[in-house]
Design a protein around this ligand. Sequence first.
Ligand code: HEM
Length: 223
Amino acid sequence: MGTQNGVLKSSIARKIAMALSGFFLLFFLLQHLAINALSLISADLFNAASHFMGTNPLVQFALQPVLAFGVFFHLIMGMVLELQNRAARPVQYSYSKPEANSTWMSRNMIITGIMVMLFLGLHFYDFWLPELKMKFIDGIWNIEDRYFEELQHKFHDPIRVGLYVLSFVFLSLHLMHGFQSAFQSVGFRSSSFTPMIKKLATIYAIVVPLGFVIVALYHFLVQ
Ligand code: HEM
């Protein structure tokens, strides 16, 4: 009994940790979209914001490592929770109709999550690795007006834009369940809160990925 209690507690602790890293990533996504959206308004504003984020020591040496850890932790913990759920449910829903009791999004978080992580691999290759090379290998930190041009250059390629847009659809599906699930894991379950959180989750899961789609398509079509 004691062991069972222990297993239950550590599984709840994992879910809460997963939710906290999810909240952090939800917040990161909002600020990332806000900065990228500046590129629709003014090249100068986008360059200034990107230069600040790319060179400010607090962002570079405190926030970025936390972000890298947050992404990594979310990935690993997502896998652990998936394996744990599978082990707890050896007969895969043979007696119940999962479609009737849960959404497609909630049953496929691992698939939509893997698609988002694959996107991040491409995205890091596109933007982050060249950034790291320029700053830490070539030692170039002071060119302030390059970011907008680099962004436009990347979005010339229809295949890349297509892959990005497809990934944002998976991101939307992931957020649609992830957002409300995070609130549930930290204890928001009351009947008055749940409909509001579901509404907020739907709005966030549509508006944020759509914002990224608009940024990508804008730079593809208008240049
Ligand atoms: C049209 C859409 C997007 C554009 C134009 C874009 C642009 C960028 C750029 C320019 C950087 C490099 C920043 C730097 O290190 O100086 C970057 C980094 C990054 N992006 Fe995106 N991004 C987009 C969508 C996304 C999405 C949907 C996610 C997450 C699911 C994401 C996650 C990240 C992460 C984790 C980093 C590395 C951290 C950082 O340097 O801030 N991005 N992105």
